[in-house]
Design a protein. Structure first.
Length: 653
């Protein structure tokens, strides 16, 4: 047994020691490899490394390890985030030649490695820990999840009158009336034309196209950036479907869900706002509006019904499917591969599934990039006229509603999304001139966000908001305190260090409570973030709250998908202070004012999706603190998660 960098490397996998020494592999990967080669009776160093790197890939959000890409992916992942020399040990690792490595895996005993020619139509689970498809290497569980998602997407996207799977005879019972556009009642058809006309200003209305896509298919993808009207379109379509159901005496059972509690709450707010518009009030009957008000979004976990003893399984699955006729998932870019696999298992084959999201945002903080992969496959099917299963299932919304055409926030976001670094820099350097709607962008160029100029700039934006929070919290005005605390946020890429959440939380706490800091952990005005689903309290990961004074006591109030919840602080466990938060945790939220602390240029987190996601959280005012070089590099560096889902879907016909 060799001990390297505090990780004990078993003799059976001693060849992994250099990778441990370089900081690539940890104990979990090493001991998984040791167990697998021991159980399979093999001693090939390349196989041990493949198992360890498949586990490494999963730990860093990749569904698989692509052999030829690993050296570059690992080097970037382990780059020094706070400046100085990069990790030379990583650069100097002698990786196997990909061709030789793949040959070793293909000739390995089938007790350890399963070699496949394509996705399994039915997931296979056996004792072999590794699956090899082309030059991709998967841990078996993640391969099974990817195959499950591909198969389910294929079934849902198949025409209703055809066989959805060559191996599934149960689909003969599916009713075309439930899953095709069919004929809406006269009242519902008229309502559709009133709420979502076919043309707007003489141009085709993409929001109507989105509605038509949902009506015509069991699977629909509605993609678009912030303010393009994704939830707006769905809200109006729901009114049409409920109107049709009321006319037929069979209102559809609808489920609305999002990955986090905050995203679910935002979904509820967006739908309520869309249904409060004058034309909706004019054309939608009171019974339908009341029925819509009863459809309350939840988290996906809550929808599926978590089991207390099994983290990865739920009450609803293929044997106990959801009873809803329509399932709508918002912020689908945040959904991980395993969670989407479990959701698709639970959706009835005669139901409609609508995935709404922005594929240009950050992927799930967990494993996979499922929305981006599915949209990529659908885009390819539409663009080249292939017979791919997703042709005709995607609508991209491009007409902005949150931002005006001249909004500097929108112009910056578009430049970053396109990868146009020059345009992004020009927009940042243009100054603080606001557009007609009052939105503005301000840039503080610096390599050190803790220099006095940068700190003063952030304080000038955040401190007035905190004063409002403190006043409302001390007065016990829960709704006002929640509204003020959600008006501004500092967003960071990192959790620690000068560019991280911990540092900026401390600074903001001092701005609220004074340089001496608060008296204790709990104080009126402290902004809160739930970091774990808690069924007993009704809190979901991502719910935001604030501490208020209630007489002589302090109470924590949260804005959740279930409404405003109140707790004694001692009841709360997985809670963070949330003056600042990571860009990842901000997904599904929006704020009037956003301060974005750019990471250092050496950070492995510098990327297009990070900046785009952070920028588009701002509704009115955006302050960017960081170096021009980092902004430029981010715009030019798209994310690259190693997966095979898009290829699986493109190849399935």
């Amino acid at each position: 047994m060799t001990e390297v960098a505090s990780v004990r490397v078993p003799d059976a996998v001693h060849s992994l020691a250099p990778y441990v020494d370089a900081g690539v592999l940890g104990a979990a990967e090493v001991h998984l490899a040791a167990w697998a080669v021991g159980a399979g009776g093999v001693s090939d160093d390349d196989i041990a490394l493949a198992i360890a790197m498949a586990a490494w890939a999963a730990r860093h959000g990749h569904a698989c390890a692509v052999l030829g890409e690993l050296p570059d992916v690992v080097a970037r992942q382990l780059a020094n985030p706070f400046g100085g020399a990069t990790n030379d040990d990583v650069v100097d690792i002698a990786w196997p030649d990909p061709t030789v490595w793949l040959d070793a895996l293909r000739s390995a005993p089938d007790t350890v490695v399963r070699v496949v020619d394509g996705p399994d139509l039915v997931p296979v689970l056996d004792d072999r820990p590794l699956v090899v498809w082309g030059d991709r290497v998967y841990l078996q569980r993640h391969w099974a999840d990817e195959c499950a998602v591909a198969a389910a997407v294929r079934e849902l996207s198949a025409p209703a009158h055809g066989n959805l799977s060559d191996n599934n005879d149960s689909n003969d019972n599916i009713s075309d009336d439930n899953i095709s556009e069919g004929s809406l009642s006269d009242d519902a058809a008229t309502l559709l034309d009133n709420l979502l006309p076919a043309e707007v200003d003489g141009e085709p209305n993409r929001q109507r196209q989105a509605a038509d896509t949902v009506l015509a298919n069991r699977l629909a993808l509605i993609a678009g950036g912030p303010g393009t009207g994704k939830t707006y379109s769905v809200a109006r379509l729901l009114a049409v479907l409920l109107e049709d159901g009321v006319a037929n005496g069979e209102p559809p059972r609808v489920a609305l869900a999002a990955p986090t509690g905050k995203a679910a709450a935002r979904m509820q707010e967006s739908i309520a706002a869309a249904l409060a518009e004058p034309d909706v009030l004019e054309h939608v009957s009171e019974p339908v509006r009341a029925a819509l008000a009863d459809v309350v979004p939840s988290t996906i976990h809550r929808l599926l019904g978590p089991l207390p003893t099994q983290r990865r399984r739920f009450r609803h699955d293929a044997s106990n499917p959801l009873q809803h006729d329509l399932v709508v998932i918002d912020e689908a870019s945040m959904v991980s591969l395993p969670l989407l696999a479990r959701l698709l298992e639970a959706v009835r084959p005669d139901s409609r599934l609508v995935l709404i999201g922005d594929p240009d945002q950050l992927e799930s903080v967990e494993l996979g990039a499922v929305l981006g992969d599915i949209v990529k496959a659908a885009s390819k099917a539409d663009s080249d006229g292939s017979a791919g299963p997703l042709a005709g299932h995607l609508v991209r919304l491009i007409r902005g509603h949150r931002f005006g055409g001249d909004s500097p926030i929108a112009l910056l976001a578009d430049a970053v999304r396109r990868g146009d670094a020059d345009a992004a820099i020009d927009q940042l350097m243009a100054g603080e001139a606001a557009d007609v709607d009052g939105s503005s962008v301000r840039f503080v160029p610096t390599a050190n966000p803790l220099d006095p100029v940068s700190i003063n700039a952030v304080q000038s934006v955040i401190a007035p908001v905190l004063a409002n929070v403190r006043e409302a919290a001390e007065a016990g005005r829960a709704e006002d305190a929640l509204r003020f605390v959600s008006a501004a946020r500092i967003l960071c890429a990192h959790r620690l260090g000068p560019f991280g959440v911990s540092t900026w939380n401390q600074l903001a706490e001092n701005w609220m409570c004074g340089e001496g800091g608060p008296d204790g952990i709990w104080y009126a005005g402290r902004p809160l973030l739930a970091t774990r689903n808690d069924q007993s309290l009704g809190l979901s990961n991502g719910d935001t709250g604030v501490v208020i004074r209630d007489g002589e006591h302090l109470v924590a109030v949260f804005d959740s998908a279930l409404g405003v919840l109140r707790f004694d602080p001692v009841q709360l466990v997985d809670i963070q202070t949330a003056y600042a938060m990571t860009v990842h945790k901000s997904q599904g939220s929006e704020y009037d004012t956003v301060v974005m602390i750019m990471p250092p240029i050496t950070s492995p987190l510098v990327g297009r999706e990070l900046v785009y996601t952070g920028v588009t959280r701002a509704k009115k005012h955006l302050l960017v603190v960081g170096s021009e070089a980092t902004v430029r590099l981010a715009a030019e560096t798209p994310a690259r998660r190693m997966t095979g889902l898009a290829e699986s879907l493109v190849g399935l016909s």
